[in-house]
Design a protein around this ligand. Structure first.
Ligand code: FES
Length: 515
């Protein structure tokens, strides 16, 4: 069974494209939200219901980034997080985190019902399982900790799925849904309530003076009393506050059709490599999502290997009939595993940030929306302490911060000193780093034999990009920016495209010189 030549997510394939206008005039609002993923859209929805005059500006099309490439599990079960928070931070924080995420599940359910959103919201049990003896005690500890926090958690030695396990923790009353159907309906509610959404409007800067002014790529201005940065990885990094505290990971999804019926439930293992499963009913029958193979963006082996590994796993548990979709996704990770949601800095009461949901963006984005709405409208939230981006407990993660920064420094230096091959052949569909006219150059040859050349120095902070063969993109190993083969920004924090050349004369000359 072969996987599709090009990635496509089931969520984007099964929902309508959007066509919100670009911002063509300067505007003034109470709150500007930068970023139209599920986090920005949910936040705008909640603020609009409070009568706040707001605008969402999105660099591309709304909900097409990580939201359109998630596995869409709505759960407070985030791996074995409760034992981790209790041991590394405090039981109080674990309690707040549990309360926030359990509330988010019910909030999504309530919103879906209230607006009759047909988003395939389905209650499910969620399982973390292990196939290794040395993880059994960790599972037992998580069950105890979750029960202690008031979550309905149970220990089990088997799961409905036909996979041999040693132990599992089960949370009931969790759910799954179609994230785009849900969030697109919220977007409609925003504009019906008088809020504005602008697409293809990239924010390039934020200035503070008596409120905030956001400048866009097209040179238009958004003046706002308050600003929420909801751009996944924050594009705005005053004082380098966040680059040292966030790293990015990519993970892969195969959507398979199998002979076997999926028994229900949502699953993830506790150990590495990660394997996560859930099903989704589609117009064309049941799909089973097999997910995993996380790695730091722009680092590691040829990315096509990750799909092959997932296929091998899927083959060993299911009789695969087809693989209609495959895609990958990117997550922002924080050093202590808890997202940063709240004031950008302790002395910026009107500038907010929301990022670092790990792989648990469905509930955490809803927590983020509720929390930011409460901070913006009422000045406080019951969860603000645990998610506070300036929380003191991050100091306890100083070692992780140092490790992350060493990793970035290593990648920065490695990219600069790594020898670049000369005289290499590039076949159709291949991308390689080559030396062209003495410069490190990224070259991709498309299926029609056209060569596309880019400068491989990341426009964010100058690290050298690597080719991602599975997604046909240039990925940055430092903070996760990604660029298309012709240099356009696919993922931030970079905001500027790469230098790009497909001028026939240059390319002809390079071909003649064999690089
Ligand atoms: Fe920061 Fe590339 S994303 S240097």
């Amino acid at each position: 069974m072969n996987i599709k030549k090009h990635p496509q997510s089931y969520w984007t394939a099964s929902s309508s494209p959007t066509d919100y206008p670009a911002l063509n005039d300067d505007i003034k609002v109470d709150v500007a939200i930068i970023g139209g993923g599920i986090s920005g859209i949910s936040c705008a929805y909640m603020l609009a219901r409070e009568g706040v005059k707001l605008a969402v500006i999105e660099a591309d099309r709304i909900l097409r980034g990580t939201t359109g490439h998630t596995t869409a599990k709505i759960t407070s079960q985030h791996d074995l997080i409760y034992s981790k928070i209790k041991s590394t931070v405090s039981e109080e924080f674990a309690k707040l985190y549990a309360d926030a995420n359990e509330t988010a599940i019910r909030q999504i359910e309530d919103i879906s019902k209230k607006h009759d959103i047909e988003c395939d919201f389905t209650p499910q049990s969620a399982y973390v399982f292990t196939q290794q003896d040395d993880y059994i005690q960790k599972i037992i500890d998580e069950v105890k900790e979750a029960q202690n926090l008031g979550i309905k958690a149970e220990y089990s030695e088997d799961i409905p799925l036909n996979i041999p396990i040693k132990a599992a923790v089960r949370f009931d009353n969790q759910a799954q849904f179609h994230p785009l159907k849900y969030a697109l309906a919220l977007a409609e509610e925003i504009t019906n309530g008088g809020g504005q959404i602008f697409e293809q409007t990239r924010a390039t800067d934020i200035e503070e003076h008596n409120g905030y002014t956001i400048t866009t790529e097209q040179g238009k201005k958004v003046s706002a009393k308050k600003v929420v940065i909801a751009t996944h990885y924050p594009f705005y990094n005053k004082e380098g506050l966040y680059v040292a505290r966030i790293y990015t990971e990519r993970a892969y999804v195969l959507a398979i059709k199998a002979k076997e019926k999926f028994p229900g439930g949502m699953y993830i293992n506790a150990e590495e490599p990660t394997r996560s499963l859930r099903q989704q009913n589609s117009e064309d029958g049941e799909l089973i999502f097999v997910t995993g193979e996380s790695h730091k963006t722009g680092q590691g082996e040829d990315t096509t290997v990750h799909y092959e590994n997932l296929m091998q796993f899927a083959n060993s548990h299911f009789s695969i009939e087809d693989i209609p979709y495959r895609w990958s996704t990117q997550d922002c990770m924080t050093v202590d595993g808890i997202p940063y949601i709240g004031q950008y800095k302790s002395d910026t009461p009107n500038l907010y940030i929301t990022t670092g949901f790990g792989k648990w963006g469905m509930t955490n984005s809803t927590v983020s929306a509720m929390l930011l709405k409460d901070l913006i409208v009422y000045g406080k939230s019951r969860w603000q302490e645990v998610y506070n981006p300036s929380r003191q407990t991050i100091i306890a993660s100083a070692k992780s911060i140092v490790v992350e920064n060493l990793n970035v420094a290593k990648e920065l230096i490695k990219g600069k000193i790594m020898p670049v091959p000369q005289d290499v052949e590039i076949k159709n569909g291949e991308g390689k780093v080559v030396k062209a006219e003495g410069q490190r150059t990224g070259a991709y040859r498309d299926e029609n034999e056209n060569l596309h050349l880019v400068n491989t120095t990341c426009t964010h902070m100058g690290c050298e990009l690597n080719w991602n063969s599975a997604e046909r993109s240039w990925d940055c190993p430092c903070h996760g920016s990604r660029f298309s083969y012709d240099g356009k920004v696919l993922e931030g924090p970079a905001i500027s495209p790469l230098d790009y050349d497909n001028d026939v004369n240059t390319v002809e000359k390079l071909i003649k010189d064999k690089f």
